[in-house]
Ligand binder design. Structure first.
Ligand code: ATP
Length: 412
């Protein structure tokens, strides 16, 4: 087999699952343990994968991303031959090792050692081949004397360890992984990641994950699956960026729909009323209202106010609070030495943030108008007046994403 040849080919592949559609009455009847013979369930076809074509070359690590239920795992199952396409053709070359549902093929009454041989045989290895990699599997699993115990006594983490150890040592041509680098404890995850990087050099890998940082790190090409269809394909960075933008649009839509439904207003308000904060809106760089932002995007806070009485030395302030009430940032016009002329009845003032270097999550804005920088007696103080969300692929801990860079000087 030569370099660059196609290891996986999907040619207009579709997969239809048949789902049992039940009426409420049928579900109730079932719950009560009664027969549903007189009212049979109707069968509904559901296209989990629809008309998908792609190819994967030898040595590639291909990422598959998409929302929950998009059809990613179904594609893996089609590659693994766990399920067959309803239409189209799936061509696979070489031995496949599947890291989906780790340990699913184990026999609970057999010991770890026995399951290594059983699993190896299922994967098409001869006894001699399994003997050859047994030592590595044993060491990698870290299960020691537990390998003499029937696997029904294993914890789910131990199950996954053994499953992973077998799957990565069988010298497969194609390796299928589904959120696999998140199994076990942190030390085992590090070990898996090291092994994964080793395998990248010798195998073709299909990597399904919601961890977009990891996908970007390990895959050069990515497929974006949306509602069973291939929605995007190409260089990881570009496809992930487009996906994130779509996620953000959806999230924004959702947040605004929620706001319009006026769910449980969280706002607290007080003030003497000379200046009224009529409306606070979070906007994008073009000034369009928006509630979900990526960390590298502009946030423009637009405050519309109304002056009811002439007032002395007026100013505005903004606080950003995290969802659990931690004060993230605060500023006001007094700090910036701004002198405002509030002689007109209506006006607008805007605060511009060039980016939002915070950890992902929901944030709240408190906006106030006051005189002479005295916030104890404000004209109008609207606490938690509006909410926005920061979406990010960064995984830093804490509250803010400080720019940083690791270095690892080698001592000579
Ligand atoms: N055996 C099945 N029978 C019926 N429907 C199924 C079956 N397996 C999957 N589905 C449906 O097919 C769709 C695609 O599922 P799939 O597991 O491939 O999604 P996914 O992209 O891997 O999702 P996630 O990110 O949540 O794991 C879902 O709507 C799911 O409910």
């Amino acid at each position: 087999m030569g370099l660059g040849e196609h290891m996986i080919q999907f040619d207009q592949v579709s997969k239809c699952y048949v789902r049992q559609a039940r009426t409420f009455r049928e579900s109730l009847t079932r719950l009560c343990g009664q027969s549903i013979e007189r009212e049979p369930s109707r069968e509904a076809g559901f296209w989990a994968v629809k008309d998908v074509s792609f190819e994967v070359r030898r040595g590639e690590t291909l990422g598959i991303i998409g929302d929950n239920g998009a059809g990613k795992s179904t594609i893996l199952k089609l590659i693994a031959g766990i399920t067959v396409p309803t239409h189209g053709r799936v061509n696979i070359k070489g031995r496949i090792s599947s890291l989906i549902e780790l340990g699913a093929g184990f026999n609970p009454d057999l010991t770890g050692y026995e399951n290594i041989y059983l699993n190896g045989a299922v994967l098409g290895l001869t006894r001699r081949e399994i003997d050859g990699c047994l030592g590595q599997i044993v060491t990698f699993s870290g299960l020691g004397s537990f390998l003499d115990v029937p696997v029904k006594y294993y914890s789910s983490g131990m199950y996954a360890r053994l499953g992973f150890a077998i799957a990565v040592h069988v010298k497969a041509d194609v390796i299928l992984t589904d959120e696999i680098l998140a199994v076990g404890d942190t030390a085992f995850q590090r070990q898996c990641l090291r092994k994964f990087k080793e395998l990248q050099a010798v195998s073709t890998i299909i990597f399904v994950s919601h961890d977009l940082v990891r996908v970007k790190e390990v895959c050069s090409r990515v497929l974006w699956i949306k509602q069973g269809r291939l929605h995007g394909e190409g260089e990881s960075e570009k496809v992930i960026e487009a996906y994130l933008q779509a996620v953000q649009r959806d999230r924004d839509h959702h947040l605004r729909a929620d706001k319009n439904r006026d769910h449980a207003p969280e706002e607290r308000r007080r003030g003497t009323g000379e200046v009224e904060i009529v409306e606070v809106a979070t906007c994008d760089g073009t000034g369009a209202p928006r509630m979900a932002f990526r960390g590298d995007e502009v946030l423009l806070v637009r405050i519309k106010y109304r002056v009811h009485k002439p007032c002395y030395d007026p100013g505005f302030g903004i606080n950003i609070m995290s969802h659990d009430g931690v004060f993230v940032h605060g500023t006001n016009t007094f700090i910036h030495g701004m002198i405002l002329d509030l002689t007109r009845e209506f006006g607008t003032i805007e605060l511009f943030y060039p980016n939002l270097p915070m950890v992902p999550g929901p944030y709240w804005l408190t906006v106030g108008a006051t005189s002479d920088n005295d916030w104890s007696v404000p004209y109008d103080l609207r606490e938690r007046v509006c909410k926005f969300e920061v979406l990010s692929t960064r995984r830093d801990g804490g509250l803010i994403c400080l720019e940083h860079r690791w270095s690892y000087p080698v001592e000579h």
